[in-house]
Design a binder for this molecule. Structure first.
Ligand code: SF4
Ligand code: SF4
Length: 277
């Protein structure tokens, strides 16, 4: 049971009336509790997660709607997994004696690592691992897909027009995108379990061709990575080094049109271009 400091203080010096079936965890503000935290707890074998909030007049940070959204997401996810949505509850008061458990059987010490010493990662990036752990324990539909504005995961699509410039991968704070090069060419790779849906990549894409959906897609979360776009890399006629992705050369060509500089740019790498004039 996470309870905010204000909610705890409201009971004065006496301990807050948290029934014995719960483990009270006092924190400065319930807005700290992200869906990732809740999934971490459930993924580690906790039977239920409660959140006891302070009264609206005492809430200093006004984060109640965000908290309600996070709780609504967790409950919707549990329902999609075939588990009891009552296993995650937001309380103003009236905490029940016993938690309403998740269903699907309580964890057994030793099974799936339950009961063993575990590490809980409360960062947003821990959400992917926590959900997969929960899925391993409860076997939800393998194609589970939940679109929700408070999903801690995002799914990225790249529409036509990508030049493989890599700006999105450089901007991603979670390392969910990467530019990969090999003998065949270059590609933009995406790891769904790392994406936190921050939309940072959309803001920097110079072509404005990225789309983000706040969704939890179990198939995508289980993938190691997927390729969003791939392209060939023409090679320098002089030294054989890669010049730039073909899509980028085409894009520059569409801007420069018949400018004589484009002939040099499209045939030689940056080093060999220096010796051309
Ligand atoms: S999606 Fe946009 S930012 Fe990312 S590589 Fe393509 S053009 Fe560049
Ligand atoms: S939405 Fe954020 S975390 Fe996801 S790929 Fe874009 S920058 Fe990275």
């Amino acid at each position: 049971m996470f309870l905010c400091r204000n909610a705890a203080r409201a009971f004065g010096d006496s301990a807050p009336p948290i029934p014995g079936g719960w483990l009270p965890v006092e924190i400065p503000c319930l807005a700290m509790v992200t869906p990732s935290w809740v999934l971490q707890c459930l993924g580690q074998g906790t039977a239920a997660v409660g959140l006891l909030r302070c009264e609206e007049k005492d809430c200093r940070f006004g984060e109640r709607s965000g908290l309600e959204g996070s709780v609504d997401y967790c409950r919707a996810l549990l329902a999609e997994m075939g588990l009891s949505r009552e296993a995650v509850q937001l309380f103003d008061s009236g905490v029940p004696e016993e938690p309403s458990p998740l269903g699907g059987g309580l964890p057994v010490a030793g099974a799936n690592g339950a009961g063993a010493k575990t590490h809980v990662d409360f960062s947003p990036l821990g959400a992917g691992g926590a959900l997969l752990k929960l899925a391993a324990r409860h076997s939800p539909p393998p194609e589970l897909l939940l679109t929700h504005p408070h999903s801690p995961f995002g799914m990225i699509e790249v529409l036509a027009g990508c030049t493989v410039c890599g700006a999105c991968a450089s901007a991603c704070p979670a390392g969910a995108q990467a530019i990969e090069r090999d003998e065949e060419g270059v590609s933009l790779a995406f790891t769904a379990s790392s994406c936190v849906g921050c939309a940072g990549c959309l803001e920097v894409c110079p072509e404005n061709i990225m789309e983000l959906e706040k969704s939890t897609d179990l198939l995508a979360l289980r993938e190691e990575k997927r390729t969003l776009f791939s392209d060939t890399m023409p090679r320098c006629e002089n030294c054989g080094e890669p010049i730039a992705p073909q899509a980028m050369l085409d894009r520059i060509g569409s801007i420069l049109e018949d400018h004589p500089a484009f002939a040099a740019l499209s045939k030689r790498c940056i080093e060999c271009r220096k010796t051309m004039f």
